[in-house]
Design a protein around this ligand. Structure first.
Ligand SMILES: [Zn+2]
Length: 181
């Protein structure tokens, strides 16, 4: 097992994405189609961008056009970010992270991240089927690093401790403030 951090990541160590331009342009839609290999569904905003401007995370309606509930309000689209999260999952880091979120002060921070996620989604409307369900395993488990990284990029450092920790672990190979698109 890898060494586990004991404290919360220092926000100063967490690379930041560009969160200043949420409007979805036609060019964004073209990039999203290329990133996902299909048209993006339910997109209501670009929650985080690479420093080059390409979308990294989209903000998604909690109910898609076909009526299905969609819990992943912050959906990670940047291919290198997706690959980075996949690599961490494939190298067995979820087990240690799950143990980490059971220790304080991380456990409390992770519960706050869960509530912050639900509050952000509530701005987009209430969907009964996914009421109280956030994403990625929050508030007590670590099940999808893509969802947790997406939340951290969208919310900025200091909100999602697991997503922030993922950003710290990836920063030597990929980071949102240094374009490698
Ligand atoms: Zn870029």
């Amino acid at each position: 097992m890898t060494d586990q951090p004991v404290a919360l990541p220092d926000p100063a160590d967490v690379p930041r994405a560009d969160r200043s331009r949420p409007e979805v342009t036609d060019q964004d839609r073209d990039v999203l189609r290329e990133q996902l290999g299909r048209p993006a569904r339910g997109v209501v905003g670009v929650a985080a961008r690479c420093v080059c401007g390409r979308p990294l995370v989209v903000r998604t309606s909690p109910r898609l056009d076909d009526g299905s509930p969609f819990p992943t309000t912050y959906y990670l689209t940047g291919p290198e970010a997706v690959a980075g999260a996949s690599t961490l999952e494939a190298t067995g880091q979820m087990v240690g992270l799950t143990e980490w979120v059971r220790t304080e002060p991380v456990a409390a921070a992770y519960r706050r991240a869960h509530l912050a996620y639900l509050a952000d989604r509530a701005e987009l409307g209430e969907v009964e089927e996914i009421a109280g369900i956030s994403a990625g395993g929050m508030p007590t488990r670590v099940k999808c690093l893509h969802a947790l990284l997406g939340h951290a990029l969208a919310a900025g450092p200091g909100v999602n401790p697991v997503g922030d920790e993922v950003l710290v672990r990836l920063r030597d190979t990929w980071r949102p403030d240094r374009c490698t698109c």
